[in-house]
Unconditional design. Structure first.
Length: 254
């Protein structure tokens, strides 16, 4: 993905990493469309950042995905980048099925079916563009599990393998598949995470991501330095130690 000159749709970008990345990419000379469920947040973003387009979308609702992507393409027929950012994360206790089943189902619907629906809605169009990108968003937890978020870990592992598979299928087309792999970042994804000193500051994360995109436009995986400890534990041979360290040091790891 080139760092500038794109038209980029980022569903799930009304806050946190998504919004910060949307603003950073717009500052680099891209047209950016922000998507989200809450119209009041979309209106606030549009007012605060003239030039950013917005669209209401709920990736957990197939009809909403179909309607929103149709709206985006009608207004932006030159769309060439999808960043499938939408995601949720919940603490779960699998010793008590009544306490986790609903959140587990919601996590899979948003984090796995959401990107699948978005890609399905846009992949034909993207193949008509001369230089297109599908950016998926997994996590360092796709490679090293945080024990209190089983469904989130599994959903992001699924996104990693989906990305790997799509890259193989779309080889030879104009569409590149890039996987963004965040570490823990100071956002509101979990309670208290915004103030977690062990998490990476949001502005530092997004700045490093933008630098990586600019330096390596053909990168298949975008990994800030902080995520590599989780990403490559198995390859280094210290996976068990990485799992212990993560779950001992994280405030949600009990």
């Amino acid at each position: 993905m080139n760092i500038s000159g794109n038209t980029i749709f980022i569903p799930g970008s009304t806050s946190g990493i998504g919004l910060a990345l949307a603003l950073a990419l717009r500052a680099k000379g891209n047209t950016v469309i922000v998507g989200g469920r809450r119209t009041e947040l979309l209106e606030r973003i549009a007012a605060a950042h003239p030039g950013i387009d917005t669209v209401q979308i709920d990736v957990a609702d197939p009809a909403s995905v179909a309607s929103a992507t149709k709206q985006v393409l009608a207004g932006h027929p030159d769309l060439n980048v999808l960043v499938a950012m939408a995601g949720v994360m919940h603490i779960e206790d699998w010793r008590d099925p009544a306490s986790f089943l609903t959140t587990a189902e919601s996590t899979v619907t948003t984090n796995v079916l959401g990107p699948i629906r978005l890609i399905a809605a846009l992949v034909e169009h993207l193949q008509t563009r001369p230089d297109a990108t599908i950016m998926t968003v997994s996590s360092g937890l796709a490679f090293t599990p945080l024990k209190v978020t089983p469904s989130y870990n599994a959903s992001k592992a699924a996104i990693h393998m989906l990305s790997e598979s799509l890259r193989l299928q779309l080889a030879g087309t104009s569409v590149k598949v890039t996987e963004l792999e965040p570490p823990s970042v100071r956002t509101a994804l979990l309670p208290g995470q915004e103030d977690n000193e062990l998490a990476m500051p949001l502005d530092e994360f997004v700045a490093e991501v933008v630098d990586l995109i600019e330096a390596r436009p053909d990168a298949e995986e975008i990994q800030v330095e902080r995520v590599k400890y989780l990403r490559y534990g198995e390859a280094r041979g210290d996976y068990d130690e990485v799992v212990r360290t993560l779950n001992h040091s994280d405030p949600h790891g009990e």
